[in-house]
Design a protein around this ligand. Structure first.
Ligand code: GLA
Length: 387
């Protein structure tokens, strides 16, 4: 891979002098969905698939960005002085947003760069290809400019740029999972204070299988920001009586006693998901620690039901994949993962049953939806690195 990337960099940028190769993973969330902007817990892990880059400093102020995934769009050139200028729908807004965000945070980028990217995460699939580019770009800036930032800072800067440069009000989960990834571990993160624990994932005799609906989605045009404001409105209504800072501070019982304060059926459902999903995530991690994989799987499935019925972010494609997955022998649990509205589902499947699982679910999905799903048997990888 490294040789292939360097060769292409040489062809595109004229030479490979002073160029180094970097990698940042994608992520999959096992449970704890739409809780990260509600002060709740999440349980994602980094993947061994992700984004690669070859980068070097320039002596002028040009930012020259090229992607092997979009070869037709060539080298996109901008200048550091005009970093705020965006082109709608251009993938370069992610690396440019990071250069901008470093400047905003007191780490001025004062030299241009040549960067070639190559990603093997399917774009727009909900496995965080954009957060992967963001954390990778931050990691490259840290390495090449010697900025004194931790990997956790890279996650926060990535989220800041996504919120403020790209206009998506996302939480911290994706960038955190990518920047802080650890091989064979999921990250049990409390988004209220960013305290976290690594939980080893030893799925004796089972595999993580990701199911891609192949229905494209983008957070910007999804109802993501709308869900977030519905939760904020529900919280504000609860705060008229309760001394809480987020929905993540509520138990199921406290929520049931006080939900009348919200006074709107839809917002009650949204808040219910946020509260119950947070508690489910805490229970799921405990189940895993107690080696009760069956309970972990049931909680994953309950998470999907709540995302379908109360949060309403699934849709026919994800619901079909999960329903078909649950019919298969050897399926321990299945749910949508990421923002929803298309993208991917994640399941845990007994190793011996994986081949039949892929065949049967694939066939049923194509019959019902009219096009194919894709399947990836994934491994949990580490965070950003120099190759
Ligand atoms: C997207 C966002 C995350 C998180 C998930 C839903 O991936 O980027 O911050 O909110 O959706 O859990």
């Amino acid at each position: 891979m490294k040789e292939k990337l360097l060769k292409r960099f040489g062809e595109v940028f004229g030479s490979t002098e002073s160029a180094a190769v970097y990698f940042a993973p994608g992520r999959v969330n096992l449970i704890g969905e739409h809780t990260d902007y509600n002060g709740g817990h999440v349980f994602p892990c980094a993947l061994t698939i992700g984004t690669y880059a070859v980068a070097r400093l320039r002596s002028d102020d040009k930012l020259c960005l090229y992607s092997m995934n979009f070869e037709d769009s060539g080298i996109g050139e901008s200048t550091l002085g005009a970093i705020e200028e965006k082109t709608a729908g251009d993938w370069r807004n992610y690396p440019k947003g990071i250069v901008w965000a470093f400047g905003q945070k007191g780490f001025p980028v004062d030299k241009g760069l040549d960067i070639l990217f190559y990603g093997n995460i399917p774009n727009g699939s909900g496995l965080s290809s954009s957060a992967s580019i963001e954390v990778l770009t931050g990691f490259i800036l840290k390495e090449l400019f010697g900025f004194d930032v931790t990997n956790q800072d890279l996650a926060l800067i990535g989220q800041f740029s996504e919120n403020r440069y790209n206009g998506v009000n996302c939480g911290i989960m994706d960038q955190f999972a990518i920047a802080m990834g650890k091989k064979d571990c999921a990250i049990f993160l409390d988004t209220a204070d960013l305290s976290y624990e690594y939980a080893p994932i030893a799925l004796d005799g089972a595999k993580i299988v990701i199911l891609n609906t192949n229905k494209k989605r983008g957070l910007g045009d999804s109802k993501y920001n709308e869900r977030r404001s519905e939760c904020e409105a529900a919280l504000a209504a609860l705060q008229t009586k309760l001394d809480i800072r987020s929905l993540g501070e509520l138990t199921e019982e406290a929520f049931e006693e006080n939900k009348f304060l919200i006074g709107d059926e839809v917002k009650i459902k949204r808040a219910k998901h946020a509260v119950y999903e947070n508690q489910r995530t805490i229970k799921a991690v405990k189940a895993l620690q107690e080696k009760d994989l069956a309970l972990f799987g049931r909680l994953m499935t309950a998470s999907h039901d709540s995302l379908r019925d109360d949060y309403e972010v699934t849709g026919a494609e994800l619901d079909t994949l999960v329903a078909e997955a649950l019919k298969q022998e050897g399926t321990i649990g299945a749910r949508m993962t990421g923002a929803g509205f298309g993208g991917c589902a994640v399941s845990i499947v007994k190793t011996d049953c994986v081949d039949a699982f892929i065949e049967n679910v694939g066939k049923a999905y194509a019959e019902k939806i009219g096009y194919n799903a894709d399947f990836y048997v994934v491994e949990i990888g580490g965070g950003p690195t120099v190759l």
